[in-house]
Design a protein around this ligand. Structure first.
Ligand code: PMP
Length: 438
């Protein structure tokens, strides 16, 4: 598939029509990313003819890797019959049933086109259910590009402390309306007592607490039990809706990540793997919560639509994907992840490399410190790490392994012991080398 032009020329050409030369901030890194030509299983071939082991999996959205044959077949079977209708199809009901049968908390479902939309509709539903405007989120957590969730997305240490010592509500996008910031309460992930105090103070104005139980941007570590207890207690006491963002986390357990933590969310935002590699999002929850979207008794409390929501291609791809990601497959991939993290951490310890990987199930993330990672602050890269992380990312790519630019990764079902070997060896060596170079 090698193109006579290759990735360098492809990037030069793109710069004229795409700001920064890349359609997504996250798919750009210096000097330029390789361009993907095709993919099969856990391997990508780039425009320069190089084979790359894919640990990024389109930002954790491909659980079976690329061109998974059942997905390809399912797509072929429907594509000739039309790709989108201004009418429902039975495919949408089938995928909703498949999600509900494995994750009973997702009793009813509305599909949309991205995780951003999923979180947005969940927040709107929570506002409608409570009649309140404000939401709470964890410091540094990424939930997509909806305004309120972009608050406290990426702030540097000088912005961390508000006047009262609580995490500050720092807007991300320049020009964010002050009202958005005022209506976003930021919680410290790893400080249960402070979480409880903030929720007690702000509870009466909160529609929702939005929680990702393994937020990648805030360290990729599970929340402490105390934080979960504080959230559960506040939600009960103040009638706040618990919104679990499982756009990534749904892959962690057959019935969804909330079941790993004993949570009973009012609403669940889904995305990524449930679309089988096509654009997707969904908001799900118990029928009494999801009734805010019911339009059959007059105008619904929350308007939900989307021209391409529940398009048949996404629906059949998602169904084929979830059918093959059964409980046994979830377990196998989780064990593979355990092995990978243990192998890398043992190699760091043996070589005295001051680094660690965190994560759970099929997800992992590199940190260049041996201090415990608890939250956004403890995972915030030092000046040296800011230099070394991009170097490790590029060195891994040189060895033919793609991770996300912040050196996190996700396993996919086509991977086995051989791929774990490749990843563990390469990450241990590239990390040691990068750290000795600074
Ligand atoms: N929530 C989480 C936890 C995410 O990781 C992401 C995307 N990485 C989103 C929401 C937004 O999803 P999308 O990119 O599909 O809009």
């Amino acid at each position: 598939v090698a193109s006579p032009q290759g990735s360098a020329q492809a990037f030069e050409r793109a710069k004229h029509v795409v700001p920064g030369g890349s359609m997504r901030q996250a798919t750009w890194f210096a000097p330029h990313p390789p361009y993907a030509a095709r993919g099969e299983g856990c391997w990508i071939e780039d425009l320069d003819g190089r084979r790359i082991l894919d640990c990024a999996n389109n930002f954790f959205s491909l659980i079976h890797g690329h061109a998974f044959p059942p997905v390809v077949e399912a797509l072929r079977a429907v594509v000739g019959g039309g790709t989108a209708f201004g009418l429902p199809t039975e495919h949408e009901t089938r995928l909703a049933e498949a999600i509900r049968s494995r994750a009973p908390r997702c009793e009813q479902i509305r599909f949309c086109n991205s995780g951003t939309e999923a979180v947005m509709f969940a927040v709107k539903a929570a506002r409608a259910l409570t009649g309140r405007p404000a939401i709470a989120k964890m410091e540094g957590a990424y939930h997509g590009a909806y305004d309120h969730l972009e608050v406290s997305l990426a702030s540097d240490p000088s912005n961390w402390e508000g006047p009262d010592g609580d995490p500050a509500a720092v807007p991300y996008a320049r020009g964010t309306p002050p009202a958005v910031v005022a209506d976003t309460v930021v919680l410290p992930y790893a400080d249960p007592a402070r979480c409880a105090a903030i929720l007690e103070r702000e509870g009466p104005r909160l529609a929702a607490v939005v929680l990702d139980t393994l937020t990648s941007k805030a360290g990729m570590v599970p929340p402490p039990q105390g934080t979960l207890d504080a959230i559960r207690a506040a939600c009960r006491r103040h009638g706040i809706m618990l919104v679990c963002d499982e756009v990534i986390g749904f892959r962690l357990a057959h019935a969804g990540a909330h079941t790993l933590f004993g949570l009973e969310p009012d609403l669940i935002a889904l995305g990524k793997i449930i679309g089988g590699g096509l654009p997707v999002g969904a908001v799900a929850g118990p029928a009494d919560r999801m009734a805010v979207f019911d339009h059959t008794h007059g105008p619904p409390a929350v308007a939900h639509g989307g021209t391409f929501s529940a398009n048949p291609l996404t629906m059949v791809a998602g169904l084929a994907t979830l059918e093959a990601f059964d409980a046994a497959a979830v377990d196998r991939l989780g064990r593979l992840g355990d092995t990978l993290r243990a192998r890398i951490n043992a190699a760091f310890a043996a070589a005295g490399t001051p680094a660690q990987v965190t994560g759970l199930g099929s997800l992992f993330r590199l940190h260049l410190t041996t201090a415990p990672i608890r939250d956004y602050r403890s995972s915030y890269p030092t000046a040296a790490a800011k230099q070394a992380i991009p170097a490790i990312h590029l060195a891994m790519l040189d060895r033919g392994i793609l991770m996300t630019p912040n050196c996190s990764g996700a396993l996919s079902t086509p991977m086995g012991a051989a791929e774990i070997d490749l990843i563990a060896t390469a990450l241990a060596e590239t990390t040691a080398r990068a750290l000795s170079a600074i």
